[in-house]
Design a protein. Structure first.
Length: 401
């Protein structure tokens, strides 16, 4: 038992001595060692440009240079298949968590935490995060792979900033042991950020005419760009930019004129159409929507080229309207005359009937008078006849007696 303890102590002392003399120089581009947290950081490959509104990943390798190199001890001094697993169990489980838990900080069992922030430049419009945000346990000789994610949008005030990843070393008990910075310069990728403000968002114009609408274009990006405009109109409206291409510098504002042609019509009662404005650029060949304006078509066309066919149809239309008005007037006057004639006829007939009725009444009265006279004579005759007959009967009676 005594021999085993002595053997472990000797191995421990030899590992300490070897770790002190073990060369720990790592040659790589963009690596930096600071005294606080004692780390070596290497950016894997080139730093990519940051694409707008997209999380861009930057891979970083971090090598710990503080404490005891337990990895080297467990792999080299216990270079036996059976003892190698025993060494790992001894170094990473038994010693830090069971036997030497109270003094684990002195044996290099630490935690590294990473906090990104903007060191140089305006942080407005920039976001960043590190995954994983911390690594544990860590000690001398351990290599960690972390990823810095950077995000920026069109509101970024600076297109080039320097990100400092604050690397804080914490002890096994949570005490801060030191701080180091990993510096990563980043630059926003080239993109077009153009803003358009239409001077007259609503324009009225007659049919078959041409109008001009102006707008202000502002380059809010960080690079010089060349713009080409594409206009899409509704209802047969044709629109195009007067300037074939527009070269605009960062922060510069320029005027652009849009030529709008209304459809070939003689009359429009007043209808609104939307004209959308798109732009393509050298930095972004895809169409980008900038805005729109409204065109109202109303009234009669004042284009001198309208003549010919439209004038002929206009004259025909006027003649038809006049003829129809005359026909309607004549129909109305004819109806009135007919009504008046009918009224006269009815009045004449009524007067005739009244005269006839008066004559008939007179004749009926005369006939009644005649009838009255006839009836009186007949009554007298009848009375006489009755008297004669009575006298005859009386004579007959006397003769019989």
């Amino acid at each position: 038992m005594y021999r085993k303890i002595v053997t472990v102590i000797l191995i421990f002392l030899l590992s300490v001595l070897f770790s002190a003399t073990y060369p720990s120089t790592v040659k790589a581009q963009d690596q930096e060692i600071e005294e606080g947290a004692a780390v070596v950081a290497t950016i894997d490959g080139e730093i990519p440009p940051i694409k707008p509104r997209t999380w861009t990943a930057i891979n970083i390798t971090v090598i710990d240079k503080n404490g005891f190199n337990w990895t080297y001890f467990s792999q080299e001094f216990l270079n036996v298949p059976i003892l190698r697993w025993y060494g790992k169990l001894l170094v990473w489980v038994i010693w830090p968590k069971i036997l030497f838990r109270s003094v684990a900080d002195y044996f290099g069992y630490n935690t590294l935490s990473f906090y990104p922030e903007i060191i140089e430049g305006n942080p407005t419009g920039w976001k960043m995060k590190v995954i994983p945000p911390s690594v544990s346990p860590t000690t001398d000789g351990i290599t960690h792979h972390i990823t810095l994610y950077v995000w920026a949008d069109k509101t970024a005030m600076d297109y080039s900033v320097t990100i400092g990843i604050k690397c804080i070393r914490y002890s096994y008990n949570g005490k801060s042991l030191g701080t180091s910075y990993i510096y990563v310069p980043v630059k926003l990728d080239k993109y077009n950020y153009v803003e358009m403000v239409v001077d007259q968002p609503r324009q009225s114009m007659p049919p078959w005419s041409t109008s001009y609408i102006t707008a202000t274009i502002t380059n809010k990006g960080y690079y010089e760009d060349t713009l080409h405009f594409i206009l899409e109109g509704e209802g047969g409206i044709k629109a195009e930019a007067k300037e074939q291409q527009l070269v605009i510098k960062p922060g510069e504002s320029k005027k652009v004129t849009f030529v709008v042609t209304s459809p070939r019509k003689f009359f429009e009662y007043g209808k609104s159409y939307e004209v959308k404005v798109y732009a393509t650029s050298v930095l972004n060949p895809n169409q980008t929507y900038l805005g729109s304006f409204v065109v109202m078509i109303e009234g009669f066309s004042s284009n001198p080229a309208i003549g010919g066919l439209y004038l002929f149809f206009t004259i025909i239309f006027v003649i038809l309207v006049a003829a129809s008005a005359k026909i309607l007037t004549s129909i109305r006057t004819g109806r009135r005359s007919k009504l008046e004639m009918e009224e006269k006829k009815t009045k004449a007939e009524i007067s005739k009937t009244e005269a006839v009725s008066k004559i008939e009444i007179k004749e009926s009265r005369k006939q009644k008078e005649i009838k009255k006279t006839i009836t009186r004579d007949e009554m007298m005759k009848r009375r006489l006849i009755k008297k004669i007959r009575r006298e005859e009967e009386k004579q007959r009676r006397k003769l019989k007696l």
